[in-house]
Ligand binder design. Structure first.
Ligand code: HEC
Length: 101
């Protein structure tokens, strides 16, 4: 108990306590993403964990590659992607950011 009180006192004296009042500005980056009929499904499934930069940074990829990415998000990171959306999103990604082999 004494140790805890000493620690708290030390933190107060040294200014190590968290400063919750400081304004933190997060950087905001705008991405130009292609919009077509598959866009709403992609946005619904892919945008709530990370930015679309994750997609754009991959460059153009094969359909197999994109499908693996979608499945990785579903299986490894537990994104609740339906079978229908898996197909729609993979096709969206390949149509807009695809390459042949
Ligand atoms: C449940 C949260 C979640 C959702 C939803 C999600 N992702 Fe991810 N995504 C992650 C995590 C976590 C990583 C790994 C980040 C890291 O390694 O730093 C990641 C990484 C990525 C990467 C980088 C390559 C890689 O494999 O690490 C891509 C591309 C990507 N996601 C695309 C997508 C797409 C496309 C969707 C929609 C189908 C999606 N994400 C939805 C969590 C998610």
């Amino acid at each position: 108990m004494m140790k805890l009180i000493t620690l708290i006192l030390l933190m107060m004296l040294t200014g190590l306590e968290a400063d919750y009042r400081r304004d933190v500005k997060m950087p905001s980056i705008a991405f130009g993403i292609k919009v077509d009929r598959g866009f709403p499904a992609m946005q619904r499934n892919c945008q709530w964990c990370h930015s679309l930069g994750y997609i754009l940074n991959q460059g153009n990829q094969t359909k197999e590659y994109w499908n693996k990415i979608v499945l990785r998000m579903r299986d490894t990171f537990k994104a609740p992607i339906t079978k229908e959306d898996e197909v729609t999103v993979t096709e969206y990604l390949y149509r807009n950011y695809g390459k042949n082999n």
